[in-house]
Design a protein around this ligand. Structure first.
Ligand code: PNS
Length: 170
């Protein structure tokens, strides 16, 4: 009998910081694939609120219960990193129709560069369809309640960051 290929997906993003919307995609994605690599982009063109190491630590804390999820930092082209890690699939969450155009463009460019890697879109759960990292940072910066929008470790880190008066980076 032919052995089934180990299916590995990469879930890439900025994750500045991880939200419960991202976590929803990770939780559901890890059930579809044998392994799921969460790839944090270290983007030299952007000034994030959290360093890539801080983002990695927060995600690692949130995915601790999931044995088939690993977290890595990458720079450069996503498809190169996906190839290095042996990923056959790029997983992206779709929140709304408005995401579709941008996501399709990225998927097509990535397919042009790496035709052997497929992009799969997972619709986010309806309860997280309004959520993104920028909104969460804005609420936290003005002292609003972010409970339920991000994992507890991220909530604490955001509080620490903004309590120390870091209001500039988003
Ligand atoms: O969370 P984001 O910021 O929407 O994620 C965007 C991301 C990281 C998936 C995308 O910017 C990316 O893959 N960047 C790496 C550079 C690259 O491969 N660019 C070509 C396709 S856009």
């Amino acid at each position: 009998m032919k052995e089934r290929l180990t299916l590995i997906a990469i879930y890439p993003g900025s994750f500045d910081p991880l939200t419960n919307g991202h976590l929803d995609v990770i939780e559901r994605g890890r059930k579809i694939f044998d392994r799921l690599v969460v790839g944090i982009l270290k983007n030299p063109h952007k000034q994030p609120l959290f360093t890539s190491e801080e983002r990695k630590t927060m995600i690692e804390e949130a995915v601790k219960p999931f044995s088939n999820v690993e977290v890595e930092i990458f720079d450069g082209l996503l498809v190169n990193f996906a190839r290095e890690r042996g990923c056959q699939v790029i997983l992206r969450g779709l929140r709304a129709i408005s995401d579709y155009e941008y996501e399709t463009q990225i998927a097509l460019i990535n397919r042009k560069m790496a035709p052997e890697i497929e992009t799969l879109f997972l619709p986010t759960s309806a309860e997280f369809s309004y959520l993104n990292s920028t909104i969460v940072k804005e609420i936290a910066s003005f002292g609003g309640c972010i409970r339920g929008l991000v994992p507890p470790a991220v909530e604490k880190k955001l509080r620490d960051k903004f309590d120390r008066g870091n209001l500039s980076n988003f």
